[in-house]
Write a protein that binds this ligand. Structure first.
Ligand SMILES: Nc1nc2c(c(=O)[nH]1)N=C([C@H](O)[C@H](O)COP(=O)(O)OP(=O)(O)OP(=O)(O)O)CN2
Length: 136
């Protein structure tokens, strides 16, 4: 019997979508206002989903307090109130799209959480734009 547990967290970050191999005109054409040279911010909502067996002794799949602490230490401390392009090495050479941010977060958390749990990252960049990555 497997059950899914979810932890929702929040961080604010600035970014600029830009491909250095393209001209300014092409960047503007493809990324529009998200290519603003002076960056722009988002209120990101992060949902971390773990699926695994329920431990018969605790009744937990995974202690959500432990999950919360893992996210805080490994993700929020790294990205909250940061300029993703300038302040983080993860996005120095990687376009900080919602897709790429979700993959980076998944890769970081995957190293922290036992592989007996399936891990899925859902990231809301705006209320209406969101992505999901489960490692596949
Ligand atoms: N596949 C992707 N498409 C877009 C991404 C992305 O990361 N992956 N990012 C953006 C922009 O950064 C941003 O999300 C767009 O914001 P906005 O157009 O303001 O979207 P809203 O949901 O806030 O507003 P609507 O009125 O619903 O458009 C663009 N594309």
């Amino acid at each position: 019997m497997k059950v899914a547990v979810y932890r929702k967290e929040h961080f604010n970050a600035a970014h600029r979508l830009h491909n250095p191999n393209w001209s300014d005109e092409k960047n503007q054409e493809i990324f529009g206002k998200c290519n603003n040279p002076n960056f722009h911010g988002h209120n990101y909502e992060l949902i971390v989903k773990l699926v695994g067996p329920v431990d018969p002794e605790t009744g937990y799949v995974f202690d959500m307090k432990v999950l919360s602490d893992l996210i805080k230490v490994n993700i929020l401390n790294r990205f909250d109130h940061k300029n993703l392009n300038l302040d983080t090495h993860e996005f120095r050479n990687l376009n900080p799209t919602a897709e790429n941010i979700a993959v980076v977060i998944w890769n970081i958390l995957r190293t922290e959480i036992d592989t007996k749990y399936d891990l899925t990252i859902r990231l809301y960049e705006t209320e209406r734009n969101f992505v999901e990555y489960d490692g596949n």
